[in-house]
Design a protein around this ligand. Sequence first.
Ligand SMILES: N[C@@H](CCC(=O)N[C@@H](CS)C(=O)NCC(=O)O)C(=O)O
Length: 207
Amino acid sequence: MNNNYVLYGRQGGGSLVIQFLLEELGAAYTIEWVDRDAAADRSSAYRKICPTGKIPALILPDGTSLFESAAICIHLTATHPQARLAPPHGTSEHAQFLQWMLFLATGVYDSILRYYYAPRYTTGSDGHGVKEAALAEFEDCLSVVEHQLSTYLAGASLSAADFYLYMLAGWHPDGYEAVQKKFPKIGALCDIVGARSKVQRVMDQNN
Ligand SMILES: N[C@@H](CCC(=O)N[C@@H](CS)C(=O)NCC(=O)O)C(=O)O
């Protein structure tokens, strides 16, 4: 066992936020890119690491493997409190942080998955209606965020929730430009996150 994290991901996929956080923390990690088709096979070796076959998954320095992006993010903030990527535990800002992490995972992330994987969500011959409804729900979720947002999602400085939102906003089918136009406060927050050199480095690696 080495003492590094091992991140399992796919370029531009849900591993992005984990990579942002690992970079921000200055943590030692390696990345394994997972082939989508291979992971879809229930007997693939990857299923032993992540039983859902989805990315991201993270192997912790003690060898434990974790899946579910929000859980991984929350764990990283809890084990690196000095990095202040979440408000202090037990405060109302931390409660808001948890609220947004869960909303981003179950509302925003889930709806955009339905857009990109529409045929899975219908027994009909094409997923067109599913796709349209999914995009509408994704934008509804973003408007909930937009209406509640001041500068950051939780507390007075950047938290993992802001990095998570940045990743998800970038998956809008019309890109960040559409988000900036429709959701100016989210757009301004994305500008702050996207201007960080570590985020830019990760984005370059994911192109
Ligand atoms: N709830 C999961 C969702 C993970 C997920 O669906 N990841 C996508 C990529 S962004 C994936 O691996 N899709 C492959 C598939 O569904 O076949 C999380 O937050 O980690």
